[in-house]
Design a binder for this molecule. Structure first.
Ligand code: PMT
Length: 230
C-alpha cells in the first residue's frame, strides 16, 4: 500500500508509551498491563514519515524503532520530568511540536516507598495512596500559560463505549484529539497486536475506525496530527 505524501513540514513528536511502576518497597510495585506497543508504533510511524521523535518509555521490553530518540523511565513522576525536558528542548526550535500520550500512567502511588523489602508480617493490609501528577494536563496548562502551543493528543482507555468520555477529556484538557479505545473489547487495548479506536476531535467530530493493527492505527494517528498541524 502506498503511503500518502506528507501535507506538512516535518514536525517534532514527543510520545509516551508503556506503563509506569509505583514502588511500595524495592521488590513490589503498582502497575498495569500496558506493553508499550501502541506508543512504539506511533513513534515508528512518525519517524518513518520524516518527523523528529522523542519516545519516553515506561518499563517495557521492546526494541527502539529506527530514527527514534528513546528515554526510559519508571514512575509517573520520572515520566513527567522526561516529557517536560523533551518538550522544552524541542519547543526551542522553529518546528511545531506534537505531544502524543499513549502511556498508561498510574494515577496513584504509595504515599511511602520503604527503603528495604518489607517483611510479610510488617506489611499492613491497607495501602495509603497519593495522587500522581496528570502528565497531559500539566503539559496543557503549562503550555497555555507560556503561550507556546504544541498539538496535544491523548488516549482514553475505557471499559464500554469510550467516545463520550473521550470528548469530555478532550475539552477538559484542551486537547486537539483523543484516541478512544475500549480496553475490554477482544483484539483491542492492552498487549494486543491490534486495536479498535475512535478518533475524537475537540469540535465533536468522531471517526470510528475498524479493528486494525496497532501499526496501521499509529500511521493513521500520525497523519491526523499532520492534518491538524497543516
Ligand atoms: O501499551 P499497549 O499494551 O499497546 O496498550 C495500549 C494502551 C491500552 C495502553 C493504549 O491504547 C491506551 O489506551 N493508552 C491510554 C491509557 C490510559 O491510561 O488512559 P486514561 O484514560 O487513564 O488516561 C487518559 C490520558 O491521560 C492518556 O493519554 C494518558 O496517557 C494520560 N494520563 C493519564 C494519567 C496521568 N497521570 N497522566 C497522563 O498523562
Amino acid at each position: 500500500m502506498r503511503t500518502p505524501r506528507r501535507s506538512t513540514a516535518p514536525l517534532a513528536f514527543v510520545v509516551t508509551a508503556g506503563p509506569t511502576r509505583e514502588f511500595i518497597d524495592p521488590v513490589r510495585f503498582l502497575s498495569n498491563p500496558s506493553t508499550g506497543r501502541m506508543g512504539f508504533e506511533v513513534a515508528r510511524a512518525a519517524a518513518s514519515r520524516g518527523h523528529r521523535v522523542a519516545l519516553v518509555a515506561g518499563p517495557v521490553s521492546l526494541k527502539t524503532p529506527k530514527g527514534v530518540a528513546r528515554v526510559d523511565v519508571v514512575s509517573a513522576r520520572d515520566m513527567l520530568a522526561a516529557v517536560l525536558s523533551r518538550l522544552d528542548d524541542l519547543g526551542r526550535g522553529p518546528v511545531r511540536v506534537v505531544f502524543v500520550a499513549t502511556a498508561a500512567v498510574a494515577d496513584w502511588r504509595p504515599a511511602e516507598c520503604a527503603a528495604v523489602k518489607l517483611k510479610k508480617g510488617a506489611m499492613r493490609p491497607v495501602l495509603k495512596l497519593v495522587r500522581n501528577p496528570d502528565i497531559l494536563k500539566t503539559v496543557a496548562e503549562r503550555r497555555a500559560a507560556e503561550g507556546a502551543a504544541p498539538l496535544l493528543v491523548g488516549f482514553a482507555a475505557e471499559t464500554g463505549d469510550p467516545v463520550a468520555e473521550a470528548l469530555r477529556k478532550c475539552r477538559e484538557k484542551n486537547l486537539a484529539m483523543v484516541v478512544a479505545n475500549d480496553v475490554t473489547e477482544p483484539g483491542a487495548g492492552f498487549g494486543t497486536p491490534t486495536n479498535r479506536a475512535a478518533l475524537v476531535r475537540r469540535d465533536g467530530s468522531v471517526r470510528r475506525l475498524p479493528l486494525m493493527s496497532k501499526a496501521a492505527l499509529a500511521r493513521r494517528i500520525v497523519r491526523e496530527c499532520e492534518d491538524l498541524c497543516s
